[in-house]
Design a protein around this ligand. Structure first.
Ligand SMILES: NC(=O)C1=CN([C@@H]2O[C@H](COP(=O)(O)OP(=O)(O)OC[C@H]3O[C@@H](n4cnc5c(N)ncnc54)[C@H](OP(=O)(O)O)[C@@H]3O)[C@@H](O)[C@H]2O)C=CC1
Ligand SMILES: CC(=O)[C@H](N)C(=O)O
Length: 272
C-alpha cells in the first residue's frame, strides 16, 4: 500500500445484517472494501450505495464459502492483494434445532462456514499481515460460544471454536502488531433468524440489539484495543472474573495425577 491509498477491509457475509453494518461503518471510517457473499445483487447495491455516500472504492466477490471454489477465490484475494489490512470474518449461519433434527446438509454447512471458512481465510490473511507487522482480523463469534442450549449444540460448538481459535491467535501474535479481536454478539436483529428456523419475533425485543448499535460498539471495542468484545455486557468485571476462573481451572489440571476422589486403595478396585 502506498501512502495515498486507503486501507482495504475484506468483509465476509456483507450482503445483510452485521456484515453490511461493518461495510457501512468501515467505509465511513475511510476504508475501501472488498465485500464477499453469495447474493451478488445485494452486494452490488450496497457497493453503489457506499461508493456514493462515502466515496469508497468497493469491489464485490461472489463466493459461496461452503464450497472449495468459493473459499479458494477469497483465499487467493487475501494472499495476493497487499492493500488488505483488515479481515472481518463475519459470514455465519445457525440452523437451530436438536442435533438429530437438523439435516445433514445444514449441519455440514454450519461447520463449513462458521469453522472451516473462517479458519482458511484467517490462514490466508495472516502471512501478509505478519510480514508487514500490521493488520487486524475481526472474528464474529457469539455469546453462544459460552453457552449451549438443546437447540444450539452445534451452533454453540462452532462459535466456541471461533472464540478458542481467536484466543490462541492472540497468544501467537502477542509479539507482533497484528491484532485479533473476537466479538461475541447476543441477539441482533438480522436475517439470521429467517434461516435459523426460529423467527426473530419469538424473542423479547428488549434483548435484541440493532445491527448499527452492535457494529458501532464492536468497533469502539477494537479502538480500545479489546481482545474480546461483548457489546451487550454492561459489567466488564464478569468477563474478567470468568477468565481468571478459567485460568485457575486450567492451572489445576496440571497436576500429573488423578484427583484424590479418583484414587482407589492400592491393588483394589472401586466398588460399583
Ligand atoms: N443475529 C444474531 O443474533 C447473531 C449473529 N451472530 C453472528 O453474526 C454473523 C453474521 O450474521 P447476521 O448478520 O446475524 O446474519 P445474516 O443472515 O443477516 O447474515 C449472514 C451473512 O452471511 C452470508 N452467508 C451465509 N451463507 C454464506 C455462504 N455459504 N457463503 C458466503 N456467505 C454466506 C450471507 O450472505 P449470502 O446469503 O448472500 O451469501 C449474509 O451476508 C454470523 O457469524 C452469526 O453467527 C452472532 C451472534 C448473534
Ligand atoms: C443462536 C442465537 O441465539 C443467536 N444468533 C446468537 O448467536 O446469539
Amino acid at each position: 500500500m502506498t501512502n495515498h491509498e486507503k486501507p482495504v477491509a475484506l468483509v465476509t457475509g456483507a450482503s445483510s445484517g452485521i456484515g453490511a453494518g461493518y461495510a457501512d461503518r468501515l467505509a465511513h471510517r475511510g476504508y475501501d472494501l472488498i465485500l464477499v457473499a453469495r447474493r451478488l445483487d445485494r452486494l452490488d447495491k450496497l457497493a453503489t450505495d457506499l461508493s456514493c455516500r462515502h466515496g469508497s472504492n468497493v469491489e464485490v466477490l461472489e463466493a459461496d464459502l461452503t464450497t472449495e471454489s468459493g473459499i479458494t477465490k477469497v483465499e487467493n484475494t487475501l494472499r495476493s492483494d497487499s492493500r488488505i489490512t483488515l479481515l472481518v470474518n463475519n459470514a455465519g449461519n445457525g440452523k437451530l434445532g436438536t442435533t438429530t433434527d437438523i439435516s445433514h446438509e445444514d449441519s455440514i454447512s454450519m461447520i463449513a462456514l462458521n469453522v472451516t471458512a473462517l479458519t482458511r481465510l484467517t490462514r490466508a490473511a495472516l502471512p501478509n499481515f505478519i510480514a508487514r507487522d500490521s493488520g487486524a482480523i475481526i472474528n464474529i463469534a457469539s455469546v453462544m460460544a459460552l453457552h449451549s442450549l438443546p437447540i444450539t449444540s452445534l451452533y454453540s460448538a462452532t462459535k466456541a471454536f471461533v472464540l478458542s481459535f481467536s484466543r490462541g491467535l492472540q497468544e501467537e501474535l502477542a509479539g507482533t502488531a497484528v491484532k485479533v479481536q473476537v466479538v461475541l454478539p447476543a441477539g441482533t436483529a438480522t436475517e439470521f433468524y429467517d434461516h435459523a428456523g426460529i423467527p426473530l419475533s419469538a424473542f423479547d425485543p428488549d434483548v435484541v440489539m440493532t445491527t448499527t448499535d452492535l457494529v458501532d460498539a464492536a468497533l469502539l471495542g477494537l479502538d480500545k484495543g479489546e481482545l474480546v468484545t461483548m457489546p451487550s455486557v454492561e459489567d466488564l468485571e464478569l468477563w474478567a472474573s470468568f477468565d481468571v476462573a478459567r485460568n485457575k481451572l486450567f492451572a489445576a489440571t496440571q497436576s500429573g495425577k488423578p484427583a484424590s476422589r479418583y484414587q482407589v486403595a492400592s491393588g483394589g478396585s472401586s466398588e460399583l
